[in-house]
Design a protein around this ligand. Structure first.
Ligand code: AKB
Length: 316
């Protein structure tokens, strides 16, 4: 039987593409998109849409009941750079929206939850290269602290209450159809826009800052794959490491010049540099590959081609 899906935060960077993909797989009527405002016409006009505040348990419960929801994808969150500017609200949104959905599952009102975690759960004391699934985790950002706490609660709700929650630790995400929203990895999206519009880009991180990244198609594929997997193959109920590629600003700039030979990059690191320096350079995701068959499709070369082609054919 098809799941009946509610996406909370459907107008954000991941939610926008996730909504379209889930609608193409499960049918438009089976995927209810929701967000705090009607912020994205593609999402709002392509199927059922509800305005919901992710901090309001009663509103979410009402939607779950009237639409007979089985699966919730909770995508609403404040990302790393924005969270540093508003720590109290970031903690409130990132934690309490998760509790609401976990409690709905505990009360058996929904069957499955997808909740994204992040490489931000790691910190400066974590091994930097090939960061293992199980390792030292001392995040130094508000966002990282909220994601690490969220992971512990997911694991707790699974083991104590039998809640079927599934999660992955996303690296930086690169997408052309929707802008990123206040993260430290956003430069890897901005750079393509500026390369095409201006031929030059001033990067807010230093040239050698290596970070794990992923093309949005892979990120969406991962979310759907982990949700489709048999419950007993999901051995980790906190969150799975997930990896596709790692590069520095200098390396992505070099890749862009293969297609736009006159492109230039300059560097003016700001407060986001400190956040980036606290995160891993590369991730070991063998558990996700072994347990539920995760495989990425896009490396840096393929991502660069996809970004440039899609932005050229969909300007503005
Ligand atoms: C951010 O930069 O905050 C996010 C993330 C790595 O979770 N893209």
């Amino acid at each position: 039987m098809n799941p009946k899906i509610l996406i909370i935060g459907a107008c954000g960077q991941i939610g926008t593409e996730l909504t379209q993909k889930l609608r193409s797989i499960y049918g438009i009527e089976n995927v209810i998109a929701s967000d705090i405002r009607k912020m994205n016409t593609d999402v709002v006009n392509s199927g059922p849409f509800e305005v919901v505040n992710a901090l309001d348990y009663n509103q979410i419960q009402h939607l779950v009941e009237i639409h007979n929801i089985t699966d919730v994808y909770l995508m609403a969150a404040l990302l790393s750079a924005t969270a540093e500017k508003n720590p109290a609200f970031a903690w409130d949104l990132n934690m309490n929206s998760l509790f609401h959905v976990l409690n709905l599952a505990k009360a058996k009102k929904i069957k499955r939850i997808f909740w994204p975690s992040s490489i931000a759960v790691f910190g400066p004391t974590t091994p930097k290269e090939h960061t293992p699934q199980y390792t030292i985790m001392e995040p130094t950002t508000v966002y990282g602290i909220s994601k690490q706490s969220g992971e512990r609660w997911c694991d707790y709700y699974h083991h104590v209450f039998g809640v079927d929650v599934r999660s992955i630790r996303y690296p930086g995400l690169i997408s052309w159809s929707s802008p990123p929203g206040g993260g430290t990895t956003d430069y890897a999206v901005d750079i393509f826009h500026k390369a095409l519009s201006k031929g030059t880009y001033e990067c807010f991180l230093s040239s050698e800052t290596r970070m794990p990244m992923m093309y949005m198609d892979d990120a969406i594929q991962a979310a759907i794959r982990i949700m489709q997997a048999d419950a007993d193959t999901i051995k980790i109920r906190s969150s799975y490491n997930l990896s596709a590629m790692s590069f520095t600003p200098a390396e992505i700039a070099m890749e862009i010049t293969k297609h736009l030979p006159h492109f230039t990059i300059t560097y003016a690191p700001d407060s986001r540099q400190q956040i980036a320096d606290s995160w891993p350079g590369s991730i070991d995701d063998s558990e996700a590959r072994n347990d539920w068959g995760w495989q990425h499709q896009f490396d840096l070369a393929k991502t660069t081609i996809a970004m440039l082609e899609n932005l050229k054919s969909h300007p503005g």
